[in-house]
Design a protein around this ligand. Structure first.
Ligand code: LCS
Length: 388
């Protein structure tokens, strides 16, 4: 079956007692065993079945398996946040004395976790420009266990060649973890390009409606089982039945929404690029965009996120953010409505200024997450705000 059909049907099991058409919310902390022997078999893994919601729940299984299916892999987990997906995955693959290479442009808290928290556990970290192949080859060491990146990256949309990185990593036995939040499985398939694990902030496009915080981890069953037990189980960063249920509702319309996010963002990016008050626009669908060639090779659309710099710098950007009307001034992204925010003082403030600027996140950069409203209304709102 094709993507949109799988987004609606894959791994759905009709509820048998009352015949509910959609999956009910299994809002329960624990599950009843038929007898003591069965309880023992479930704990030992001899028998499949649910035990206790921190260890798994029908709503989480359905979402995890559906995203795994859409990402073209075997198994998935739903976590309490995107950061739980990042931290649980990395803690599973790194121990004292290991080395991780991460992109120099990442979501602020991911960057903070990797550069501030991991070294406290004796893990060596290098954040580098992963578009520079020679630099990557020179940075890899005998103890390098993981290469970690986002593409397109938050917030500059920096594009990293997934196939190139996974080919290098495979030859050296290094795991590649890709954060596919900006693209979703509808627009990009890192696993097909050789990645081992794909993670998401499902808070964004997968949920899609701005009402849930969640994360996803998908990959081969063996890798996912090794993250689930004992890491997700013992760190306790699983999702909840209701949040998973909200994600399931969002996933069914993912393809439709992504098409609209892409077409709206393309029009807004083209409008901004021509505007006399705008100095530079970052959007992979623009001919002027630096990573366009690789984007065209590995992406099936350019997504809904645009970053830009005002000619008059941060003060002009601040005025713009304070002048929009329909558009909300808020962090997060990937919601049905359009959001605007300032990475340097908001989402990427955990990164020291010098590091931030190395990753291209200047003080003047403004980020837009384009929603699925009628594009004329988004353009009108921006046009009125830019006039001010
Ligand atoms: N990965 C990416 C690429 C993200 O953009 C975010 C959050 C996360 C991971 C973490 O996910 P969370 O725990 O929030 O579900 N990005 C945000 C942003 O740009 N604005 O607010 C949050």
């Amino acid at each position: 079956m094709k993507f949109n059909t799988r987004a609606i049907h894959s791994h759905h099991q009709h509820e048998k007692i009352y015949g509910a058409h959609t999956t009910p919310i299994y809002q329960t902390s624990t599950f009843i065993f038929e007898n003591a022997d069965q309880g023992g078999r479930r704990f030992s893994g001899e028998e499949e079945g649910f035990i206790y919601t921190r260890l798994g729940n029908p709503n989480m299984t359905e979402v995890g398996m559906r995203i795994a299916n859409l990402e073209g892999t075997e198994k998935g987990l739903v976590t309490s946040s995107g950061m739980s997906a990042v931290s649980t995955t990395l803690m599973r693959h790194l121990s004292h004395g290991d080395h991780i290479i991460a992109s120099d442009c990442l979501y602020g808290c991911s960057f903070g976790f990797i550069t501030e928290v991991l070294p406290q556990y004796g893990i060596e970290v290098d954040t580098i420009d992963l578009t520079n192949e020679e630099l990557l080859l020179n940075t890899i060491k005998d103890n390098t266990k993981v290469i970690y990146f986002e593409t397109p990256a938050n917030p500059t949309l920096k594009i990293i060649d997934i196939k190139k990185i996974t080919t290098i990593a495979k030859s050296k036995g290094i795991k590649v973890v890709v954060d596919n939040t900006f693209m979703t499985p509808y627009l990009q398939s890192p696993i097909e390009l050789g990645a081992d694990i794909v993670i998401h902030s499902a808070t964004k496009y997968i949920g899609g409606h701005g009402d849930v915080i969640a994360g996803i981890i998908v990959g081969k069953s063996e890798d996912i089982n090794n993250i689930a037990f004992p890491y997700l189980k013992d760190f306790g960063g699983n999702s909840s039945p209701f949040d998973s249920w909200l994600l399931m509702r969002g996933i069914k319309t993912l393809g439709l929404r992504m098409e609209r996010h892409c077409s709206n963002a393309q029009k807004v990016a083209e409008y901004l690029e021509k505007h006399p008050k705008i100095a530079k626009v970052y959007y992979p669908g623009l001919e002027s965009f630096k990573g366009k060639e690789i984007a065209d090779k590995q992406m099936r659309g350019y997504g809904g996120i645009i970053a830009f710099e005002m000619k008059d710098g941060f003060d002009a950007g601040k005025k713009l953010m304070d002048s929009v009307n329909m558009i909300s001034l808020a962090v997060s992204l990937g919601t049905v409505d359009t959001l605007i925010q300032h990475p340097a003082s908001m989402t990427h403030s955990p990164i020291p200024k010098e590091e931030r600027e190395k990753g291209g996140i200047t003080d003047g950069l403004v980020r837009l997450s384009i929603g699925i409203e009628d594009v004329e209304d988004i353009l009108n709102d921006l046009d009125n705000a830019l006039k001010k």
